[in-house]
Design a protein around this ligand. Sequence first.
Ligand code: TYM
Length: 334
Amino acid sequence: MAVIFSGIQPTGRKHLGNYIGAITQYVAGQDRGDPAIYCIVDLHATTVPYAPAELRERVHDTTAVLLAAGLDPERCILFRQGDVREHTELCWLLTSVSALGELNRMHQFRDKSAAQRELISAGLLLYPVLQAADVLAYRAHEVPIGEDQREHLELMRNIAERFNARFGENTLVVPEHRIPAVGARIRDLQEPERKMSTTAGTEQGTVYLLDEPDAIRRKFKRAVTDSDDPPVLRRGDDKPGVTNLIDILASVRGVSPQSVEQELAGARGYGDLKVAVGEAVVEALGPLQERYRALREDESALEDALAQGASKARAIAARTLADVRAVMGIGAVP
Ligand code: TYM
């Protein structure tokens, strides 16, 4: 059985891309993972300007979303990155086998650093090394992610391979990504050439998991499709808007995009598709939103769940760190 690990940024504004690309995979991984480990990455959140007084609130928001989506602390390890100090220590130790040139070329570093006005923090450059430490500390085999994290996954494989070659084969596990076949890159509803994103997308084109049902319906009704006349209800590289809607509908219903295409063959236009997908998303998110409201109120229960997860996570990560320190010659003789 595989060790599964993934991480997610703490924000109160998780969107449909996070849900379809990642969160539904986390939930499915609980029964396969041995164990399945999910981490809310507060340390990563410090690489761009942020409000310290709000960070813990955002961690609680994300914890409640993940629990509401179906993560069960009895069946997975759910914890906050900043509670397990092994992540930061391993990050430093891995910098010795991380290539500056490679970090410099990361798309996310390029995009995020270009967006900074005052300070481009060194943390932004080292972000993928911390991400590598997250996964490698648990010797995870499988990492469920969306398409936008593929490059970071490749980098972490290089780091693990270089570490093993330099300090000892089999100290670290070289992880594999698990990117879903459908829904790995949910697109902005207004600008379907871009991915749905909290920071880089449009407000009307981003469907947040906690949006009111009417707001969700409205965003889908106004989704940009294309000007094919008559409308062509099929997927294709030349039809990003329509493809996105079909993929979303298929994902939230748990069916194949082909079956959605067949079902829509008789539809008159894009309007039918937009209404169908809006309704399906409202229906899928309704129970999640209801559970979220109940869970979010009880902050001490959220903290208890995170603390319980952190102690399990620490026990695993501490073993890896002991091995890493030993092969690197760091600290007193074990
Ligand atoms: P974050 O918080 O930005 O995103 C969480 C997950 O959502 C996926 N995702 C998408 N999937 C499909 N369509 C989209 N439009 C879309 N937007 C986001 C992301 O691919 C991700 O899987 N750096 C990571 C957090 C992280 C991590 C890790 C991930 C830290 N350590 C270790 C894996 C392993 C991030 O910012 O995710």
